[in-house]
Design a protein around this ligand. Structure first.
Ligand code: ATP
Ligand code: MG
Ligand code: FE
Length: 351
């Protein structure tokens, strides 16, 4: 099926068009620059930016895919999780489009969309089930057991406080680096020693592992970095930014990879799929590939343009649901900012 997907859960206005698992276009307009001076995404600013960006983004996506709106078989949209106001802009546009075209509408889960992004990577062999998936972004850090993308996604664990990307952004701020902090820390860390400072690995003690084997925590790490810098400054030392960045990055990467590979071993699943914007982190890719190889686990990393928030993954998920024979969503659905990952599609069952 030919599907247009709309993604507005955070600060990216994403419009993607797919034909089944074939990616035809993937247009992304980001309002990140507008949030930069606030040091984080401002919901109202994001919603207004979506409103302005949607129409041109849809036109550009159609032009790049070289298709006409009337050729579409279905429209897809993110219904959650994400910022409620931002989600509502995309949902309003999707409903209007579907109704005016007389086409079915699929309201889908953003996090499952991140997994579906992998299907659109034409350079990789087909995704095999089951797989463990690690989603790491500015808003999420989730470890999933995916038995089937369209029917069975289980949440193994998630962050109990900050998301991994959020931790990068906050620590960058502490170090006086600009927003978004992930790429900045990655760059600064290149010249640093990852073993210079031993920062804490959240929820990794034996006592934590009983209840939180697959959960993450990064706020203690962030505080540890802040304390370390305060102490250095109080002693009149210059802060070794590169070493702090490298040691912090190592702590985040170590926990993410360790817990993901623990899940692979515990559940006997020799496959790991990575997704989300933090996958851009060079050290994370390196350590994941290295340690997975040692553990006999195959790692899949879609291209970055499909890892960060985008509309193609939403269209791709809907195309997969259609191929599985699922009915479209009824038009009564709204934005669900805390939609659980187990709910792959919302309000299925329109006549
Ligand atoms: P959501 O959580 O809703 O999926 P988001 O927009 O917050 O969406 P993404 O766009 O997927 O998340 O990713 C952005 C996050 O990734 C930011 O927190 C950013 O700092 C982080 N990031 C980007 N590049 C890197 C990097 N090289 N290393 C670490 N973190 C990075
Ligand atoms: Mg983003
Ligand atoms: Fe996302």
């Amino acid at each position: 099926p030919l599907v247009l997907g709309i993604e507005t859960s955070c600060d990216e206005t994403g419009i993607g068009i797919v034909r089944g698992r074939r990616l035809l276009s993937n247009t992304i307009a980001s309002s990140m620059d507008e949030h930069a001076r606030y040091g984080g995404v401002v919901p109202e600013v994001a919603a207004r930016a979506h409103l302005e960006a949607l129409q041109p983004a849809i036109e550009q996506a159609l032009a790049e895919a070289q298709i006409d709106l009337h050729d579409l078989d279905a429209v897809a949209v993110t219904s959650g999780p994400g910022l409620a106001g931002a989600l509502m802009v995309g949902i309003g546009a999707a409903k209007g489009l579907a109704v005016s075209l007389g086409k079915p509408l699929y309201a889908v889960n953003h996090l499952v969309g991140h997994i579906a992004a992998d299907l659109l990577d034409a350079s990789a062999p087909p995704l095999e089930y089951p797989t463990i998936a690690l989603l790491v972004s500015g808003g999420h850090t989730s470890l999933l057991h995916v038995r089937d993308l369209t029917t069975d996604v289980e949440l193994l664990g998630e962050t109990v406080d900050d998301a991994a990307g959020e931790a990068f952004d906050k620590v960058a701020r502490i170090l006086g680096l600009p927003y978004p902090g992930g790429p900045e820390i990655d760059r600064a860390a290149a010249d640093g020693d990852p073993r210079a400072i031993r920062f804490p690995r959240g929820l990794s003690r034996a006592s934590d592992l009983e209840k939180h084997r697959y959960d993450f925590s990064f706020s203690g790490l962030k505080t540890a970095v802040a304390r370390w810098i305060e102490r250095a400054e109080a002693n009149g030392e210059t802060v070794p930014v590169a070493d702090v960045a490298a040691s912090f990055r190592e702590a985040v990467v170590d926990v993410l990879v360790t817990k993901a590979l623990n899940a692979c071993a515990d559940l006997g699943v020799p496959r790991l799929l990575l997704g989300g914007g933090v996958i851009a982190n060079r050290r994370l890719r390196e350590v994941a590939l290295e340690r997975a190889a040692e553990a006999g686990v195959t790692v899949r990393i879609p291209p970055l343009s499909l890892c960060t928030d985008n509309g193609a993954m939403i269209a791709g998920l809907a195309a997969e649901l259609i191929a599985a024979g699922r009915a479209p969503s009824t038009l009564g659905f709204g934005a669900d900012s805390t939609l659980p990952v187990t709910q792959i599609q919302v309000d299925e069952g329109a006549p």
